[in-house]
Design a protein around this ligand. Structure first.
Ligand SMILES: Nc1ncnc2c1ncn2[C@@H]1O[C@H](COP(=O)(O)OP(=O)(O)OP(=O)(O)O)[C@@H](O)[C@H]1O
Ligand SMILES: [Mg+2]
Length: 342
C-alpha cells in the first residue's frame, strides 16, 4: 500500500516510512498491512468473556479475536452488552471470568504497556469543556510520555487531518456535534496508538460528517491501525468492517465478514410485499420460501431463484412489491428480532 501526499506528509505513524521524491512530494510506504491475513498477529484475543453486575449477566461467554490491521465491529441492539464488553478490553471494567489478551499480553499483567498502545473513544463526550480544542489535545498528550515538541507537532498534524485547525481556539461548547466527534478521534490518536476502540463513533452525525469519519477510519486502517468499533448503523458496519460480531442479550449470535453474513442469513435477493394477498402465503408455503410474515407485510428471502421472483412479480404483486438486495440490516433484524429493547 502506498500513499503520495501533496506538500508534506501528514500523520506519519510508526508503521510508515517516508521517502522524499525529487519533485518535493513524499511517498509513504506502509509497513504493517500484510497481504496474507492469516499471517497477521492477533491484537485482541477475548475468550469466554463474562461480566456480571450482581445477579445480572451483561456479557455471557463472548469470544472473538481481532487481527492487526483489521476493522472489527461489535453490533447489537441497545443493552446487548457492547459497551460492557469493550470496557473489558481497555481495562475499565474487570472481567468476572474469561481471559483477555491484548498485543499478546494478559490485560492483568501487561496493563501499563497495553494502555500506552491503545486509544479509546467512549460512547459519551469526554472532552474537557473548559479547554480549547487545541488544549484538549495538548493536555491529553500529557498523559503519555511525549515530549512537548512531539505533542505540539502531533496536535497540529491531527487538527489538520480532522479539519479542525480553524477551530483550535474554540471551546468544546462552541463546536458542532460532528466537530466534537472529530476532536475525540483526533485526541485518541495523539499517542500514535496501534489499536483504537471506538464506541459508536458516528452516532448523531450528519451523512457528510459520517462519511468523512468513515474515510478517515479506512485510511488509518490502511496505514496499519487496528480498529474495534461498535455501531448501530448497519451501512457503516457493511462499509467499514472487515469482520463483525452480532451480539444480543450478552451472547454472540454470529460472526463473520458482512457479505458472508448477508449470504448466509438473508441471501442476495429480498422481496417485500405490502398488503399481501392470501394466495401469496399459500405460494410461499408451497415453495418453502424463507420469509417473515408481519400481517400487513411479508418479507421473502428469495435467494437466487429468479423464476420465483418472476412469478411473484406477475401473479402476487397487486399492491406494492419491492425487489431489493439483502443488507446487513436484514441480517441484524432477522437475528435479533423487531421488538424494542430496554
Ligand atoms: N455498571 C452497571 N451496573 C449494572 N448494570 C449495568 C452496568 N453497566 C451496564 N449495565 C447493564 O448491562 C447491559 C448491557 O449494557 P451495555 O451498556 O453494555 O449495552 P450496549 O450494548 O452498549 O447498549 P447501547 O447500544 O444502548 O449502548 C444493560 O442491561 C445495562 O443496563
Ligand atoms: Mg453502548
Amino acid at each position: 500500500m502506498r500513499f503520495v501526499v501533496c506538500g508534506k506528509p501528514l500523520l506519519v505513524s510508526r508503521h510508515e516510512a517516508i521517502e522524499p521524491r525529487s519533485d518535493g512530494f513524499f511517498t509513504i510506504h506502509t509497513t504493517q498491512r500484510m497481504s496474507d491475513e492469516k499471517t497477521r498477529p492477533l491484537v485482541i484475543e477475548a475468550r469466554a468473556l463474562r461480566k456480571c453486575f450482581g445477579a445480572f449477566t451483561a456479557v455471557e461467554d463472548i469470544s472473538f479475536s481481532v487481527a492487526r490491521g483489521e476493522i472489527f465491529g461489535l453490533l447489537g441492539p441497545n443493552g446487548a452488552g457492547k459497551t460492557t464488553a469493550i470496557r473489558m478490553i481497555y481495562g475499565f471494567s474487570p472481567l468476572t471470568s474469561g481471559s483477555m489478551r491484548v498485543f499478546g499480553q494478559d490485560i492483568h499483567d501487561g496493563w501499563r504497556n497495553i494502555r500506552s498502545r491503545i486509544g479509546v473513544c467512549q460512547q459519551e463526550n469526554t472532552l474537557d469543556p473548559d479547554l480549547s480544542v487545541e488544549q484538549n489535545l495538548l493536555v491529553f498528550a500529557g498523559y503519555f510520555a511525549l515530549s512537548r515538541k512531539t505533542a505540539v507537532q502531533r496536535t497540529h498534524e491531527l487538527l489538520a487531518y480532522f479539519a479542525l485547525e480553524h477551530k483550535k481556539e474554540a471551546k468544546v461548547g462552541e463546536l458542532s456535534g460532528g466537530m466534537i466527534r472529530r476532536l475525540m478521534l483526533a485526541r485518541i490518536l495523539i499517542n500514535d496508538p496501534e489499536l483504537v476502540i471506538l464506541d459508536e463513533p458516528t452516532t448523531g452525525l450528519d451523512p457528510q460528517s459520517r462519511h468523512q469519519v468513515w474515510d478517515k477510519l479506512k485510511e488509518l486502517r490502511d496505514r496499519g491501525l487496528t480498529i474495534l468499533l461498535t455501531t448501530h448503523y448497519m451501512e457503516e458496519a457493511s462499509w467499514l468492517c472487515d469482520r463483525l460480531l452480532i451480539v444480543d442479550r450478552g451472547r454472540v449470535l454470529v460472526e463473520g465478514a458482512p457479505q458472508d453474513l448477508i449470504q448466509a442469513h438473508v441471501g442476495d435477493s429480498i422481496i417485500e410485499v405490502d398488503q399481501p394477498e392470501p394466495a401469496l402465503r399459500d405460494f410461499i408455503a408451497a415453495q418453502d420460501l424463507a420469509h417473515e410474515d408481519f400481517g400487513g407485510r411479508i418479507i421473502i428471502y428469495s435467494g437466487q431463484r429468479p423464476e420465483l421472483e418472476r412469478i411473484i412479480r406477475e401473479d402476487y404483486c397487486a399492491h406494492t412489491c419491492t425487489f431489493r438486495n439483502g443488507t446487513l440490516e436484514d441480517v441484524f433484524l432477522r437475528l435479533t428480532g423487531r421488538g424494542l429493547r430496554e
